[in-house]
Structures are given as structure tokens and as C-alpha cells.
Ligand binder design. Structure first.
Ligand SMILES: [Zn+2]
Length: 129
């Protein structure tokens, strides 16, 4: 991959990172509005629990994305960006444009998803039996 393309990807990734770390959508904002007042009734309580679950999910997903972006930037630094971490072939520009944090080529990604589906399928069947 040429220097210009790598620079474009780095700028894209750093921009996304700034977006994630700099705020934007924050489901916790509603919680702050409450100012620590006790929930008034079951509906408020349910809403409060729902907000908390949303904040935790949002925070976890955000952390994951930040980690994926940091890892992609490190791969640019290390010269491994765009190389499949399983089979070492080129990931492909189209896939990287759609998902700049991709670590696997489409073939390996499909193989991993197939294994995951197989595993989760057998677990579900095990739970029923
Ligand atoms: Zn691969």
C-alpha cells in the first residue's frame, strides 16, 4: 500500500478516534439530568435501569472501537496494515475502505464467522438438551 493511502487511512482512523473520545452521542446525559434524585415510581426505576444498561453497553462498545482503532494505527506504524493477521495476504482496499479496522481478509473472516456460528449453534443445542 502506498504512503498516500496509508496516510488517508491514518487520518480517517484518528478522526474516528477523536469522535469517540471527544463525546458525541452520550446516553448517560439523561442520567446526569436527574441530579441524583431517587426514582419516583416503577416506570422511573425501569427507565433508570434501562439507562444504566445502555450506558454500560455504549461504554463497552466504545472501548472496543477505541481498541480496534488504536490497533489499526499501530499496524500502520508497524507496516502490517492491510495484511491479514491469519494468512498474511492483502486484505483488499475495498474491504479496508468499508472497515478500516479489519484485521482479516474476507476469506479468513468468513471462515472465523463460520466457526463461530458452528460453536454457538452447538452450544444452543447443548443448552436445550
Ligand atoms: Zn486471511
Amino acid at each position: 500500500m502506498d504512503e498516500g493511502t496509508l496516510r488517508d487511512f491514518r487520518e480517517l482512523l484518528e478522526g474516528r478516534m477523536r469522535g469517540l473520545l471527544g463525546g458525541g452521542y452520550a446516553p448517560g446525559a439523561r442520567l446526569a439530568d436527574r441530579g441524583g434524585i431517587e426514582p419516583m415510581d416503577e416506570a422511573d426505576l425501569a427507565s433508570h435501569h434501562c439507562d444504566q444498561a445502555l450506558v454500560h453497553t455504549f461504554h463497552y462498545r466504545n472501548q472496543q472501537l477505541v481498541h480496534e482503532i488504536r490497533s489499526a494505527i499501530k499496524r500502520i506504524d508497524d507496516g502490517d496494515f492491510g495484511i491479514c493477521s491469519l494468512c498474511s495476504t492483502s486484505i483488499g482496499l475495498g474491504r479496508l475502505k468499508a472497515r478500516p479496522t479489519a484485521m482479516l481478509c474476507i476469506r479468513c473472516q468468513e471462515m472465523m464467522e463460520s466457526v463461530k456460528r458452528k460453536y454457538s449453534g452447538s452450544r444452543r443445542m447443548g443448552a436445550v438438551a
